[in-house]
Design a protein around this ligand. Sequence first.
Ligand SMILES: [Zn+2]
Length: 313
Amino acid sequence: MKKYVGIDIGGTAVKAALIADDGTILRRSSVPTLATRPYAAVAADIAKQIVELSSGERIEGVGIGCPGAIDSRAGVIRYANNLYWKDVPLADELHKTVNAPICISNDANVAALGEARFGAGKEYSDTAFVTLGTGVGGGIVVDGKLFEGYNGMGAEIGHMVIKADGVLCTCGRRGCLESYASATALVRETVFAMQTDRNSSMWAFADGDLNKVDGRTSFECAKKGDATAQKVVNAYIAALAEGITNLVNIFRSQAVILGGGVCAQGKYLTEPLQKLVDEARYGGADSLRTVIVTASLGNDAGVLGAAGLLMPR
Ligand SMILES: [Zn+2]
């Protein structure tokens, strides 16, 4: 059995795990990131985690998922705003302690690889992972390998435009998928709908307080028959279907895996979405159908996908 270390660097904690080549997590550790420290101090803690987890055993490599813009080839984090990192040579820093190959990639791409290899996509070679959270992120796996674009800067699923001249996005363009399919967008549209319908049951669901509206408000009230909530949910799913159909038409993934908070809605999200994508995809009913499923690994997608960066297919 070959062993790898997978590391998931987040703004608050660095999670690490010793992982067997079949995806079994053998040991775990988590330490606070304390990101305001100089990066070398954070890297020294990560090196210590790697040494402790491997505890003298041979490891084949160390994979790392990190937020921000990553130059995978150089092992350098070009920019990670929530870590306050700019041009950080993390691989070189860790190689001072760690004598094994090190591979670093963007955390969303790494999670996509984790789900593809060990989670909801393990039956398939070609998958797309779409996370519906504060923003819309994800990654694309083609023939078992991450597709990241040159210098790891591609696969920004959330920033494909689905509506020309639409809602302004955080990236500066208008009408990006993220502006319609993130949990943030769902909350925005829910609040807007509530303001136009004072009789909606969403008001009671949110205790009469717009600050208590979240990604569940519209879905839960739609399930109970609230027409205004249903409109919000239908519009949300229709926008998401536009983006997913674009992905399907370009990559013809066998499965699209949904992650993030909104995917807790399960079939209330996936069933209508599947129908819309089935109808709209290029090639029609006779072409290969892409199945839409929810992610299965939760927070472990990060460490598992990181380890997967170094595993042979
Ligand atoms: Zn955008």
